[in-house]
Ligand binder design. Structure first.
Ligand code: NAI
Ligand code: MG
Length: 364
């Protein structure tokens, strides 16, 4: 059988630095676990603009469609700040998300015990935390029409529209229930059905889809209460399902309960393709970090954990994903820290490459 294929897009800034460590991890799985990937590497963002005058070449887009999964580093940076909006690095990433129709954004908030004291919350509230936010990514307030700034009665009005079709809610709800079946079989859906019609429809459709997943427990919560509950007692949640706008805010909030931006992976999934796998893009939550680029200071863990998500959600290798996550857990427990993980009392940070070294050693 042919190896599964991976398209790697390191991008800009620290993107290539953290991706280099992921490539070593990928090679390890090929050597030691007989789990090989056909890896192809290409350009995205500013790097693609420099080479081709566009942040995502059509050939790269075609490769992304054809690949079993795409792994992306980060895009953007000060060198590209003055570019025209149409060719900004971010447009490359947006084009990937849009053309692959990646409607389901998975953002885990997981607390590694060794970092529990980094949280802004008390240790016992976050230790052992392991929740997953499923955010609808391709519709809602960020896309709904009408939108714009208009003139009305002699003053300007800014308009955005929260709009969801039944089909859009149905597919993202399905992805949350499928995920819950592989986890702890609990979903909490968050909207504002008390004040928004789109929320009423959301609750109705989610309830209807739930009938097909009788093993999963479903609860509903107003999103504002959800925000409060996330900081009060986050461990009450397992899978949280929510829309694009609320999900943007709630996922940042939940993720930060657990520590550094350098630790946070994500997955964006679309419809199941001909290969039987969802269209998928995996990327760290952080950006290109121009302030530390080229200094081997970046934490590669967010990108490495994004590959772990790829193992689990694209390649059905949950046990291998757990192996990789356990290696990360072990090096943190042993005290390995990049600069972003330094506590108030300091210590000596290790480099990006050294973090890669200790993770590979832990895998061995
Ligand atoms: P950023 O995430 O790049 O950096 C924020 C802060 O976190 C910086 O101090 C940075 O050094 C630190 N940081 C981020 N990742 C880290 C890591 N792996 N290890 C250690 N420290 C890390 O966000 P910022 O500064 O707002 O944006 C910088 C550039 O990145 C901009 O051009 C922005 O547009 C772009 N960006 C790209 C994203 C993407 O590719 N998905 C997401 C966010 C921003
Ligand atoms: Mg955000």
């Amino acid at each position: 059988m042919a190896n599964p294929s991976l398209l790697i897009l390191p991008g800009d800034g620290i993107g290539p630095e953290v991706m280099a460590e992921v490539e070593r991890v990928i090679a390890w799985f090929g050597d030691k676990r007989d789990l090989s990937f056909d890896v192809e590497t290409d350009l995205v963002g500013g790097a693609a603009y420099d080479a081709h005058g566009t942040p995502l070449h059509d050939d790269t887009m075609a490769k992304a469609h054809a690949a079993d999964a795409v792994l992306l580093g980060a895009v953007g940076g000060p060198a590209y700040d003055d570019l025209d909006f149409s060719v900004k690095p971010e447009r490359g990433l947006l084009r990937l998300r849009k053309e692959m129709d990646l409607f389901s954004n998975l953002r885990p908030a997981q607390c590694f015990d060794a970092l529990a004291d980094f949280s802004s919350l008390k240790r016992d509230i976050v230790s052992g935390l392991d929740i997953m936010i499923v955010r609808e990514l391709t519709s809602g307030s960020y896309f709904g029409e009408p939108r714009g700034i208009f003139e009305e009665d002699g003053q300007r009005v800014g308009i955005n529209t929260q709009r969801y079709t039944e089909a859009e809610i149905d597919r993202v709800a399905r992805s949350a229930f499928e995920l819950a079946m592989r986890r702890n079989k609990r979903v909490c859906s968050m909207e504002k059905a008390n004040v928004m019609e789109s929320g009423i429809l959301w609750r109705e459709v989610v309830t209807k889809v739930h009938a097909e997943y009788p093993e999963v427990g479903l609860s509903h919560m107003y999103a504002d209460n959800g925000a409060m509950q996330l900081v009060r007692a986050p461990k009450q949640f397992d899978v949280i399902l929510t829309d694009n706008l609320f999900g943007d805010i709630l996922s940042d909030c939940a993720a930060m309960l657990t520590g550094s931006l350098g630790m946070l992976p994500s997955a964006s999934l679309g419809a199941i393709g001909e290969n039987g796998r969802p269209k998928a893009l995996y990327e760290p939550v952080h950006g290109s970090a121009p302030d530390i680029t080229g200094q081997s200071k970046a934490n590669p863990i967010a990108c490495i954990l994004s590959f772990a998500m790829a193992l689990r959600y694209s390649f059905d290798q949950g046990a291998e994903a757990a192996r990789l996550e356990a290696a990360v857990e072990k090096v943190l427990a042993d005290g390995a820290r990049t600069g972003d993980l330094m506590g108030p009392d300091g210590g000596t940070p290790i480099s990006t490459i050294q973090m890669g070294d200790v993770i590979l050693a832990a895998l061995d």
